[in-house]
Design a protein around this ligand. Structure first.
Ligand code: SF4
Length: 256
């Protein structure tokens, strides 16, 4: 184990010349808890495969946010991924009391009615479970890529997440979708069948649609909203939180 890097910039500079598996090995050597959050999309599946192939599965925990609204295909892929790579994907689920409170206030599918209601749903089903998943973590590894959307165009290889007090590592930040696909094909990585049906970005079933030819990769996420609101709060950089707390759950929402 080595001490933490002096800064996110130093870490990013050290990762820049490495390939994906070497990047993960570099991060795995640092002291502290290291958590990779997967949504089972192609980027995250490639990272999971790279963790398995690089021998870092013991050092990097793999978790997913099982929102309760995932596609059947995604849930099946979690099981398949565990079998294929002989590793565990830990599921973090929303607190039942939060789901109940949300339903009472907004209705089960109230997220279609307003941006506030949608952010409140992402809060209880994603952000609060994420806060638990990242508890006491020193590193958070994600599959965010610059090419996924305009909002992600400046994503660095590593950055300080002041909200959560950890180093966020984006080892795919500078890779193209073609490079991701090539890695997946080369290593026979199991993929969500929804990708082949026009879903380059896959989230919760009621909030994701297939995209049309020429549309941006994330155009199918919360498609009924304006572009500037289309993030769930997991990967918002240097911005105020969209979170609207709705219940008295003891789970702590990340400070924003
Ligand atoms: S993506 Fe949709 S269903 Fe999933 S947590 Fe957000 S609002 Fe709720």
């Amino acid at each position: 184990m080595t001490n933490l890097p002096a800064s996110a910039d130093e870490l990013a500079a050290g990762l820049a010349s490495l390939d994906l598996e070497a990047r993960l090995q570099r991060v795995a050597r640092f002291a502290g808890r290291k958590v990779f959050t997967t949504s089972l999309g192609i980027e995250d599946q490639v990272i999971t495969a790279a963790i398995a192939r690089s021998g870092t599965a013991g050092a990097i925990e793999i978790v997913t946010l099982d929102t309760g609204r995932l596609f059947d295909e995604t849930r099946a892929l979690i099981d398949e991924t565990e079998r294929r790579f002989a590793l565990a994907v830990e599921r973090y689920r929303p607190a039942p009391i939060d789901v109940e409170a949300y339903g009472a206030r907004y209705g089960l599918n109230g997220f279609y009615d307003s941006v506030e209601a949608r952010h409140a749903c992402c809060d209880i089903r994603k952000l609060r479970p994420l806060a638990l998943a990242l508890d006491r973590a020193a590193f958070w590894i994600t599959g965010v890529r610059r090419g996924q959307s305009g909002a992600r165009a400046e994503t660095p290889l590593a950055e300080w997440d002041a909200q959560r007090g950890l180093l966020k590592v984006n080892p795919l930040a500078d890779l193209t979708l073609d490079a991701i696909k090539a890695y997946a094909e080369r290593h026979d990585v199991p993929l969500n069948p929804l990708h082949a049906r026009g879903y380059p970005s896959i989230g919760c079933e009621p909030c994701t649609r297939a995209i049309k030819p020429g549309e941006p990769e994330r155009a199918g996420r919360w498609w009924w909203e304006q572009d500037q609101t289309r993030e769930c709060g997991l990967h918002v950089r240097d911005a105020a939180s969209p979170i609207t707390p709705i219940s008295s759950s003891k789970v702590q929402v990340p400070a924003t």
